[in-house]
Design a protein around this ligand. Structure first.
Ligand SMILES: NC(=O)c1ccc[n+]([C@@H]2O[C@H](COP(=O)([O-])OP(=O)(O)OC[C@H]3O[C@@H](n4cnc5c(N)ncnc54)[C@H](OP(=O)(O)O)[C@@H]3O)[C@@H](O)[C@H]2O)c1
Length: 238
């Protein structure tokens, strides 16, 4: 039953996060979108007819304040989708990369997930069936990046976005390990290559199609997996 569940999605003013919010709301969940820009957040919340909180995932104080607002409004959280992500916009190889860009990407895609997750954990632990979904990517799969047969083998070498998702995958496993005893099911998801601002609209899947795996992992039953990595076709090799 998805009714009466409270879900927070980070970076949900557009793209896959927006569509994840729409799909969870359609299931009857009470959805709260987190976004850093006030106008974009309010416009999205109005269009989706859902609630919203100010949330910049790179700012732990913002994450804490968002958690306080969720606590005041609902007293608990059932679903957290760590969706906010950036590429950093650089195609420089590791040997040429500007360290500030690496730091910026990790601030959002890795440290931001820790800040938001840790702020929300006390609320998630009050849920009878807590779920966390980390929006990752197969570009972060070590198996894919070392497989000459993989379509991802042709991607240019990078020390930023793919590596941040590798770190996020490892982080997912570590959180799942810590909270298995508490029944929190924590998994990583790959939405596939989607038509969003992040891909400069080059992706061949819609954002709604990309959101489907997040929704599936957000609504896992009690016997569902934890500490694993999925796309629409099933398990993804780490
Ligand atoms: N699109 C794909 O093909 C693809 C493939 C694999 C994985 N993914 C992952 O899926 C997730 C969503 O990507 P998308 O394609 O939907 O990208 P998108 O359209 O660019 O949306 C990204 C969202 O993240 C938000 N965001 C960025 N930095 C933030 C911060 N510091 N605090 C709060 N929100 C922040 C953005 O807000 P602003 O509007 O304020 O910038 C935006 O709402 C990302 O984690 C991405 O890595 C996407």
């Amino acid at each position: 039953m998805s009714e009466n569940k409270i879900a927070l999605i980070t970076g949900a003013n557009k793209g896959i996060g927006y569509e994840t919010a729409a799909q969870l709301a359609a299931l009857g969940m009470t959805v709260v979108i987190g976004a850093r820009d006030t106008q974009r957040r309010e416009e999205a919340a109005k269009a989706l007819r859902v609630q919203s909180v100010a949330l910049d995932v790179t700012d732990p104080a913002s994450a804490q304040s968002a958690a306080e607002q969720v606590e005041e409004r609902f007293g608990r959280l059932d679903v957290l989708v760590n969706n906010a992500g950036i590429t950093g916009g650089s195609y420089d190889p590791p040997s040429k990369i500007d360290l500030d860009i690496v730091r910026q990407v990790f601030e959002t895609n890795y440290f931001g997930v820790i800040a938001v997750t840790n702020a929300m954990l006390p609320l998630l632990l009050r849920s009878p069936a807590p779920r966390i979904v980390n929006m990752s990517s197969t570009v972060g799969s070590l198996a894919s990046m070392t497989d000459a047969e993989s379509p991802l083998a042709a991607m240019p070498a990078s020390a930023t976005y793919p590596v941040s998702k590798t770190a996020l995958n490892a982080l997912t496993v570590q959180y799942a390990k810590e909270f298995a005893k508490d029944g929190i099911l924590i998994n990583a998801a790959c939405p596939g290559y989607c038509d969003t601002d992040l891909t400069n609209h080059a992706g061949f899947r819609t954002a709604a199609q990309g959101a489907a795996i997040a929704v599936k992992l957000a609504t896992l039953g009690a016997d569902g997996p934890t500490g694993e990595f999925f796309d629409d076709n099933g398990r993804v090799a780490w």
